[in-house]
Design a protein around this ligand. Structure first.
Ligand code: KG4
Ligand code: ZN
Length: 340
């Protein structure tokens, strides 16, 4: 089955073709970062309009790269939520209309389920097992994006248990806001991480929120305030900015790692997968590799380009749902808020 995936939930237009026999055939992501940068954040109406401009050209480009035409497509998966309602409606409208005209099924995918399953797409053995109808080895998923920070116990496809989540800011949001308050341009998360690479470990020290009590929930908004105070009272030099970035990153990464270890203990699972934009963070990857090695566990990350928003993860999750026999009516439904 060849599935076209369309992602338009926020500020990235993502399109991909996923083949249940051969894996990912082609994918393309167009980022609207430059469009929103001047406003310091995503402007929903501009996002929708840009998706309108980009979705069809990206579909053409992706099909050409895969050496396929529309008539080769067996189904279309699209992100139906959560996300910006206007942006979601663009992808849903295109997906539904195209599916109707090609007489193939369209399937609504939960954005976070896309992130959650993305690491399995990159694992040939797991992929083959899933398409043969076998359940994956149960795993703990750490979903860390700009909008979510969740630990989920995955007992099978569609069988998800929320183990813990953030009570305020998401990890990526904390990266972005912290970067902003130290004067880095939007979106600051990846830039803050790059700066942290130049900082001296231990020059500043921030807390590891909510690790001194049991439980798997997170809270990152207090860290932001700690950075604000440290930055305000400092000499605000380049060196200090890098040192503070390093201390902030260490605090977030340590906190995530401590909770991942607890989640593995709580579930008894031996497998951890990490996804969402913050999963691209190199120090988080290092730390979780160390943690897994110490415990004889396995940790999996999708390649960084599949950690951030993309159409491939939507095509993959949609393929699994279509293979499981899921069908939908012709209506265009989106859900800006939607529990997984
Ligand atoms: O999953 P994603 O692309 O979009 C959402 O669904 O939110 O995640 C984007 C988030 C942003 O907050 C961004 O700052 C963060 O992921 N991010 C990073 C890194 N790369 C992206 N945070 C820390 N380190 C990185 N290397
Ligand atoms: Zn995302």
């Amino acid at each position: 089955m060849k599935i076209l995936g369309i992602e338009t939930s926020c500020d990235e237009t993502g399109v991909a073709v996923y083949d249940t026999a051969d894996g990912l055939r082609a994918h393309a992501v167009y980022s609207q970062i430059a469009l929103h940068a001047q406003y310091g954040g995503v402007v929903p109406e501009l996002a929708s309009r840009d998706h309108v401009r980009k979705t069809l050209p990206l579909i053409r480009q992706t099909l050409a790269e895969a050496g396929l035409s529309t008539t080769d497509i067996d189904g279309i998966a699209y992100t139906a939520g959560p996300g910006l309602v206007g942006a979601l409606l663009v992808g849903a409208g295109v997906a539904r209309s195209l599916a109707w005209s090609l007489d193939v099924p369209a399937i609504a995918v939960h954005h976070m389920e896309g992130h959650l399953l993305a690491p399995l797409m990159d694992d040939a053995e797991q992929r083959a097992a899933l398409h043969a109808g076998r359940a994956p080895e149960p795993f703990v998923a750490l979903l860390v994006s700009g909008g979510h920070t969740q630990l989920v116990g995955v007992d099978g496809i569609g069988r998800y248990r929320l183990l813990g989540e953030t009570l305020d800011d998401a990890a990526g949001e904390a990266f972005d806001k912290t970067a902003k308050l130290m004067g880095l341009p939007y979106p600051g998360g990846p830039q803050l991480a790059a700066l942290a690479g130049q900082g001296r470990p231990g020059a500043f020290k921030f807390s590891r929120p909510m690790t001194d009590r049991p439980g798997l929930d997170f809270s990152f908004s207090g860290l932001k305030t700690q950075v604000l105070l440290a930055w305000r009272d400092s000499d605000q030099s380049e060196t200090t900015r890098a040192d503070i970035a390093r201390a902030f990153e260490d605090a977030v990464v340590d906190t995530l790692a401590i909770k991942c270890a607890r989640a593995l203990d709580a579930t008894g699972f031996r497998r951890l997968v990490v996804s969402g934009g913050v999963g691209a963070n190199l120090r988080l990857r290092e730390k979780l590799h160390e943690l897994a090695a110490r415990r004889g566990a396995i940790v999996g990350f999708p390649p960084p380009v599949l950690c951030t928003d993309n159409g491939a993860m939507i095509a993959f999750a949609g393929a699994l749902r279509l293979q499981a026999g899921q069908h939908e009516d012709l209506g265009v439904h989106v859900a800006p808020r939607w529990d997984m």
